[in-house]
Design a protein around this ligand. Structure first.
Ligand code: NAI
Ligand code: MG
Length: 488
């Protein structure tokens, strides 16, 4: 495959009411290529006034006088048309995503862009499948009772930088299918593909005002969206720190919110596991996207009898990954998103080493881009920050265990403030089912390192957040039930 050239960047504007919108102020945010540290363009730094304009376009689309009804079949057709439009421009989206997020172009082509298309198609189907219920009332007399499902209202969506296009598709898909109008704020590091998506949406039958994008900083545009009184629900994906702030604000306003937050997901390997498949799955889970995945399996809990063999295999897979600029077709491990993320990841590794952890593989790379090698820390203890906190880099912490007692193994896995995902590698079905019972996580995978199917609900327990995205639950989260009782 030939080397891709620089893609055409969208304008440094918002996309409001179906058209490019001039920002209210002149502030911009630089767009950096994480592979080189070079500035390649800019996006608008949206203000509270820009958010207000977008929310009012959304509000008008849903509730304005004289508006046309947007029927379920039209919503389905529009989402399918948008998926087709992204597919027709798949290579352009892959280049934009690769440049902006530092993703290997190989990965953007096979995961991010096809994933976004699949998500739009999956959610399109739900538009015509949502139903309410009818009830038989026991109250004396003649009654008709039903509960109908209505769109919750104007929705504010805040997306992080690790999967910008797929993240945007998974946010707008269910909201639009349910009939909500959306104001989406992409992460300030990765706004380009989302702006392009909004531009396409307006050509695909999504009525003006239903999908608005305001770019900008979290503390300004993001906070204004969360605080806006005409926004009925916030859907946030990102760090636990910011999620807590958003949930607090929503609580004060009695605003609905779904928060999909960080993780520190355990990977349990029992001694009977197929070590070669386990090594591949574990390496993919922690090294893919340079470890910047919320559900990455980052704590390896492995039986002592197989730890040396397994770590050697994972290290070999890590060492075989070609590190390089995101636009190079051979690259399999791109840079971290930013210099800040590079120093954050380095800090976790250095502090673990200072406390006695052993760097079995990898470590930071210095230079212009924000590169970090596939890294394995052994001899870790549960109290190290690298073991307790989400690193969001390609860093696997390894802790062997001796026991075969499932309660004890699950207790090690559950010893975390987070509860997003958990992974188990074993050929023993009784042990697998026993661990599923005991693990406190929103997702459990048996003999699998990852991969998404949009029919499966995802979300966290404990500090990993609340609410579910994807699947039926993810669509119903954008609806509210209205009880209707009629006497006759
Ligand atoms: P963040 O959670 O602050 O940012 C995510 C999104 O929230 C961005 O769009 C940002 O603009 C927005 N945001 C930030 N502050 C806001 C506020 N006060 N009100 C409304 N929106 C706000 O995460 P950040 O700063 O990019 O990364 C910090 C660390 O968080 C990372 O190093 C990583 O460890 C973790 N992280 C975890 C993610 C996950 O999916 N689990 C995703 C992104 C970051
Ligand atoms: Mg960028």
């Amino acid at each position: 495959m030939s080397q891709p050239g620089l893609p055409v960047l969208p304008p440094a504007r918002h996309h409001i009411g179906g058209i490019w919108a001039q920002p209210s102020g002149g502030e911009t945010i630089a767009v950096e290529d994480p592979s080189t540290g070079q500035i390649v363009g800019d996006v608008a730094a949206g203000s509270a006034a820009d958010i207000d304009a977008a929310v009012s376009a959304a509000h008008h689309a849903m509730y304005g006088a004289g508006r046309a009804r947007w029927a379920p079949a039209q919503r389905q057709a529009a989402l399918l048309a948008l998926a087709d439009a992204v597919e027709a421009r798949a290579e352009e989206f892959a280049r934009l995503e690769s440049l902006d997020a530092g993703k290997p172009i190989f990965n953007a082509r096979i995961v991010d862009v096809p994933g976004a298309i699949a998500a739009l198609r999956y959610f399109a189907g739900w538009a015509t499948k949502l139903t309410g219920e009818t009830m038989e009332l026991s109250t004396p007399g003649n009654w008709h009772g039903h509960a109908r499902r209505e769109p919750v209202g104007v929705v504010g969506q805040i997306v992080p930088w690790n999967y910008p296009l797929m993240g945007a598709a998974c946010k707008i898909g269910p909201a639009l299918a349910a009939g909500c109008a959306v104001v989406l704020k992409p992460a300030e590091q990765t706004s380009l593909s989302t702006l392009r998506l909004a531009e396409l949406a307006s050509e695909c039958g999504i009525p003006a005002g239903y999908f608005n994008v305001v770019t900008g900083l979290g503390a300004e545009a993001g906070a204004a969206l969360v605080e806006h009184p005409d926004v009925a629900k916030i859907s946030f994906t990102g760090s636990t720190l910011t999620g807590r702030r958003i949930a607090e604000s929503c609580g004060r306003q009695i605003k609905r919110c779904t928060v999909e937050l960080g993780g520190k997901s355990p990977v349990i390997v029992l001694p009977d596991a197929d070590l070669e498949s386990a090594a591949r799955g574990i390496a993919t889970s922690i090294f893919f996207n340079t470890g910047q995945t919320c559900s990455a399996g980052s704590r390896l809990l492995v039986h002592a009898s197989v730890v040396a063999d397994l770590v050697e295999r994972i290290a070999a897979i890590g060492a075989s990954m070609t590190i390089g600029a995101s636009g190079d077709a051979d690259t399999r491990l791109g840079p971290l998103i930013s210099a800040a993320q590079h120093s954050r990841v380095s800090g976790f590794v250095e502090s673990a080493q200072a406390q006695g952890a052993h760097l079995a593989a990898g470590g930071a790379l210095s230079g212009k881009g924000h590169f970090f090698r596939p890294t394995i820390l052994t001899d870790v203890t549960a109290q190290m920050a690298a073991v307790e906190e989400e690193i969001f880099g390609p860093v696997l912490c390894v802790a062997p265990f001796e026991t075969s007692d499932l309660d004890e193994i699950a207790a090690l896995a559950n010893d975390s403030a987070y509860g997003l995902a958990a992974y188990v590698w074993t050929r023993d079905i009784t042990d697998a089912l026993g661990l599923i019972d005991r693990l406190r996580a929103g997702t459990v995978r048996i003999n699998s390192g990852g991969g998404n199917d949009f029919s499966m609900p995802v979300g966290g327990v404990k500090q990993s957040g609340f609410g579910r995205e994807n699947g039926r639950a993810g669509v119903e989260a954008y609806t509210e039930l209205k009880s209707v009782t009629m006497a006759y």
